[in-house]
Design a protein around this ligand. Sequence first.
Ligand SMILES: [Zn+2]
Length: 204
Amino acid sequence: MKIFQEGDKSKAFCSHCANTVGTTFVRRDVPFSDGKGLAKNILVGTCDTCGLTVSIPAQSTPAISKARKESTGSIEVNLPAVFVDVLDYAAFAIDSRASTEFRKTVLTFFMHRAAHDTNAVERLRGMRLVADERYPTRRGTARRRLSMKVSASLLKEVQSLERQTAMNTTDLVKSMVCVVQDDVLTMPRPELLAQLRVISAISA
Ligand SMILES: [Zn+2]
């Protein structure tokens, strides 16, 4: 079995480029398929043309399963059911074969991305109002529970987003679902979709 290091070259199929491409190994954070957090600093193969993660070498498997065992935090929210519908619809648009667990991966991905995006706080604050306009809550509105196990580091990122946006977890998730709706369903961003499809494929 070949052991790879950062900077090593290989080949793999890239779904974004729809071709067999040259790849370069680098270390990246990889979200778990079930949405229960991220494995940090994992060696992955990236497409030399578009930069997306397209392969995970066997040697990275132990680090991924270790990170999974260490996932300790949890996010629990009780939302109007329509928000879970939107999340499921987005997950379906990304990968129609993905299980409903993939909704958690999508949410995890967006939370992690927002935690590393300086414009995200502003956008999420704006989305707080958009969420209420899009999906006004009436008396008797059906609600659903969303419960996710996440890594300690992702939990910290979510808590930091809550502080910066001055929102509780429920409002943060509602705002984030509206971001997901815009970026995946309303005005799909191809490079983002391709990245999410790879995550879905790797982790299925
Ligand atoms: Zn590519």
